[in-house]
Design a protein around this ligand. Structure first.
Ligand SMILES: CC(C)(COP(=O)(O)OP(=O)(O)OC[C@H]1O[C@@H](n2cnc3c(N)ncnc32)[C@H](O)[C@@H]1O)[C@@H](O)C(=O)NCCC(=O)NCCS
Ligand SMILES: Nc1ncnc2c1ncn2[C@@H]1O[C@H](COP(=O)(O)OP(=O)(O)OP(=O)(O)O)[C@@H](O)[C@H]1O
Length: 197
């Protein structure tokens, strides 16, 4: 079974993905892939520098992620330009990794895709788990984890579809407002119901 894991920024996808790894499931992580496709020397990074200017690169040639984030989370038109450059490369590499796991004999693969609904990638997966939190908890965790102001955290949250829309598209929802043990219990119930564990 190909399981899509999604949610909203700082809702707890990585936390749940880690639990799934510990259960022996292979994970294809879109955020990791999104970093790999902009390594120095890649065509994708060259296209970003062309569109956003050379000042988007650090002195050592790496992408200045903080600067790019400041731009794209505040300007929807710039976000679209970046998405149009990066998403095809991300999708291609994610499918390659998924197929490699299947060829290696894994029965199940988890695809951790933050923008699964925004990018309409439902067809990549057979079942969808949405990790959900209240807006209040999400804002608090995001501000703490990324050391962001309230305004910057809200800009990131509003760059994505509302949680309620994602929940409607889910086969199962994990509510991650409580402690980690509670979240893990919900995860185990879902996977056992689907005969994955
Ligand atoms: C803008 C970038 C450089 C900021 O980097 P930074 O290290 O600060 O954040 P990181 O990559 O860890 O992303 C954190 C979270 O932000 C959210 N996010 C990232 N990109 C986007 C986007 N284009 N639209 C909406 N939300 C996004 C996701 O929930 C993601 O999990 C980076 O997020 C990026 O390259 N984004 C474009 C690629 C993309 O769409 N990635 C999302 C997964 S496919
Ligand atoms: N149940 C929980 N209790 C307390 N803190 C939690 C819980 N779940 C997650 N966190 C914390 O909240 C923050 C966000 O979680 P996580 O990084 O897993 O989210 P994410 O959905 O993967 O985020 P992103 O979309 O930005 O990659 C992290 O600092 C994490 O340690």
């Amino acid at each position: 079974m190909i399981i899509g894991l999604t949610g909203s920024i700082a809702s707890g996808k990585s936390t749940v993905a880690k639990m799934m790894t510990e259960l022996g499931l292979p994970i294809v992580d879109a955020d990791i892939v999104a970093r790999d496709v902009v390594e120095p020397g890649t065509e994708t990074l060259a296209l970003i520098a062309e569109s956003f200017g050379q000042a988007i690169l650090l002195e050592d040639g790496n992408l200045n992620r903080t600067r790019l984030g400041d731009i794209i989370f505040h300007e929807p038109a710039k976000r679209k330009i970046l998405n149009d450059i990066m998403h095809p490369a991300i999708r291609k590499e994610m499918l390659r990794q998924r197929d490699a796991y299947l060829e290696a004999g894994y029965q199940h693969v988890v695809m951790d895709i933050p923008l699964l609904f925004e990018s309409k990638l439902q067809h990549f997966v057979e079942r969808i788990i949405v990790v959900s939190v209240s807006e209040e908890v999400q804002l608090r965790r995001l501000m703490e984890r990324n050391n962001l102001s309230k305004e910057d955290a809200l800009a990131r949250m509003h760059s994505q579809l509302p949680m309620s829309v994602k929940e409607k598209g889910a086969d199962a929802v994990i509510y991650n407002n409580e402690n980690i043990e509670n979240t893990e219990e919900q995860l185990r119930k879902i996977l056992s119901y689907w005969n994955v564990i």
